[in-house]
Write a protein that binds this ligand. Sequence first.
Ligand SMILES: CCCCCCCCCCCC(=O)SCCNC(=O)CCNC(=O)[C@H](O)C(C)(C)COP(=O)(O)OP(=O)(O)OC[C@H]1O[C@@H](n2cnc3c(N)ncnc32)[C@H](O)[C@@H]1OP(=O)(O)O
Length: 162
Amino acid sequence: MKAIQLYYPPEWAHCYGCGYLNAQGLRIETYWHPERGESETRFTPKPHHTAIPGFVYGGLLASLVDCHSTATAAAAKAAAEGVSLEEAPLRFVTASLKVDFLKPTPLGPELRLVGRPKEVKGRKVVVETELYAEETLTVRGEAVLVQIGEGFGRSEDAPAGG
Ligand SMILES: CCCCCCCCCCCC(=O)SCCNC(=O)CCNC(=O)[C@H](O)C(C)(C)COP(=O)(O)OP(=O)(O)OC[C@H]1O[C@@H](n2cnc3c(N)ncnc32)[C@H](O)[C@@H]1OP(=O)(O)O
C-alpha cells in the first residue's frame, strides 16, 4: 500500500509535517483503509521532541494531527468521488484545528493516529482523529480541511506559513 502523501505532486511535497521533499521535516506517512473508512499514521517521536522529560511536546502532537488530517481528507474525498488519488490528487489545507490533550503522551513508544471523516461536503472535509500511545488514547483532534486549487498561495491572500 502506498502512503497518501506519496501521491502529492512535488509542488505540494515541501510541508514540514508531511512533505517527502522536506529533509528537515517529519515526513509522516498516512494510509487509507477503505474497508474501515479510516486512515492510520504511525510516528515515533525523537528524544528532542520533549515537553518535560519523558513526555512528548504538544506542538508536535498537534502537527501530527494536522498533517494526518489533510491526508485523510484527500483520501476520504477521493473515495466519496469514486476516483483514485493517482488520477486526481486532491489538495487540502487546514482551515481549523482543534486538539484536546487528554493525558500526557509518553516519549518512547510509537504513536498511532486513527482518522475518520466526519463530514465530506463540497470542498470541505471534517476529520476526527484519535492518537494512541500503545493502547492509551492521549490526544483527540478535529480538523476542518478545505480543498484548494492550483492558484493557492499565489495571490495576496497567501498564508504566511504552512
Ligand atoms: C494530494 C495532494 C495534497 C497536497 C496537500 C499538501 C498540503 C499540506 C498542508 C498541511 C496542513 C497545513 O499546515 S496547511 C497551512 C495552514 N493553513 C493555511 O494556511 C490556510 C489559510 N486559510 C485559507 O487559505 C482559507 O481560509 C481557506 C482556503 C482554508 C478557506 O478559504 P476559502 O477557500 O475562501 O473557503 P470558504 O469558501 O470560505 O469555505 C469553504 C468551507 O470551509 C468552511 N471553513 C472555512 N474556514 C473555516 C474555519 N476556519 N473553520 C471552520 N470552517 C471553515 C466554510 O464554512 C465552508 O464550509 P461550507 O459552508 O461549505 O459548509
